[in-house]
Design a protein around this ligand. Structure first.
Ligand code: CP
Length: 357
């Protein structure tokens, strides 16, 4: 793997991704061969936001590889509660651990960690932005269930605005030939512009629709997501969106026999429980694939450890990112970094939000 950190799977080529999937499958088939693969190595899991699957599967992955785990799952039990900056925490932990997995409620936080950590950093979810190891989980599941990552009609349903798993999955599957996306949401929760730009740039076809029932017959894959209550400004706005899309057995009558139903979980009410017994429901096996996917990622990243001393100096822009959920809004020491997006538009290098000069 060419990149030291995994902040966005777009930094990985499709070939590298397929190699990781194959390694995950090899580990699944021959776990004893990998029982000491990370002996003597330490994973730090820094979870500033709640998690069941990601945190536990990272920990389990490292323990099954013979390594050890340190970290916190509640920042209130760490010196973050005393006001320590992300930069300082990461600088310290990067000296203790061989590899770091970080989840944070603010967009761009994992990129910040990668700027100041001597140890490789894995993005375990940064606000409503990206969640690359969930996507790794999803593509291992799809590769095993469908036999391909190309030429599929993929429906994504629910909170497409705040769903970081949706953003990472679209970015990744856009790199594979012939995929078509059906984006099923209310007009308030459509995918952000930077995700549309990815599909446009890759030539992937996509349509935005508001009916799950109408989309159902054309889908090879249905990726359900919950409405992300924690990303809403208030309870009233969340209540308007909650319960709009519910997958149940009746809706499945119109679906293909070879449909694969995925969900990153946790589920709230968007998939009826009786769907769990349908052979097309893959969301619990998906969680198992997630552990092997993370084992493959850790083994690969630790194969060529790069502990280059940090920090580096960065040039800062005079403009501030206009996204209030961007990490740069709460960690004022951060350099303001942008790509030019044409005309007077800038694209924040942390959160991908657009800002006018
Ligand atoms: N899919 C996922 O990220 O689940 P957790 O929030 O439980 O980690």
């Amino acid at each position: 793997m060419k990149t030291k950190h995994v902040i966005d799977l777009k930094d990985m080529s499709p070939d590298e991704l397929i190699q990781l999937i194959k390694l995950a499958n090899m580990i699944k088939e021959n776990p004893a061969d990998y029982a000491d693969a990370c002996k003597g190595k330490i994973l730090a899991t820094l979870f500033y936001e709640p998690s069941t699957r990601t945190q536990m599967s990272f920990k389990t992955a490292m323990l099954r590889l013979g390594g050890s785990v340190i970290g916190f799952d509640n920042p209130q039990n760490s010196s973050v509660s005393k006001g320590e900056s992300l930069k300082d925490t990461i600088t310290v932990v990067g000296g203790y651990a061989d590899i770091i997995a970080i989840r944070h409620p603010l967009e761009g936080a994992a990129k910040v960690a990668s700027m100041y950590s001597a140890a490789p950093v894995i993005n375990a979810g940064d606000g409503g932005h990206l969640h690359p190891t969930q996507t790794l989980t999803d593509v291992v599941t799809l590769y095993n269930e469908k036999g391909t990552l190309s030429n599929m009609c993929i429906g994504l349903c629910g909170d497409l605005k705040n769903g970081r798993t949706v953003h990472s999955l679209i970015k990744t599957l856009s790199c594979f030939e012939g995929n078509r996306f059906v984006l099923i949401s209310t007009p308030e929760l459509t995918v952000p512009q930077y995700i549309k730009d990815v599909m446009i740039a890759s030539g992937s076809r996509f349509t935005e629709v508001t009916s799950l029932a109408e989309a159902m017959p054309m889908l090879d894959v249905l990726y359900m997501t919950r409405i992300q209550r924690e990303r809403f400004a208030n309870q009233e706005e969340y209540e308007k969106e909650k319960g709009v899309f519910v997958l149940d057995r009746e809706k499945l009558l119109a679906a293909r026999r070879d449909l694969s139903i995925l969900h990153p979980l946790p589920r709230v009410d968007e998939i009826a429980e009786d769907v769990d017994y349908d052979s097309r429901a893959k969301y619990f096996i998906q969680t198992i694939y997630g552990m092997y996917a993370r084992m493959a990622l850790i083994v690969t990243m630790l194969r060529h450890p790069d502990k280059t001393p940090m920090p580096r100096k960065f040039d800062t822009h005079y403009v501030r990112c206009s996204n209030p959920r961007c990490i740069t809004c709460t960690e004022p020491y951060l350099p303001r970094l942008f790509h030019k997006a044409g005309g007077d538009m800038l694209l924040c290098k942390y959160c991908e939000g657009r800002t006018l000069i």
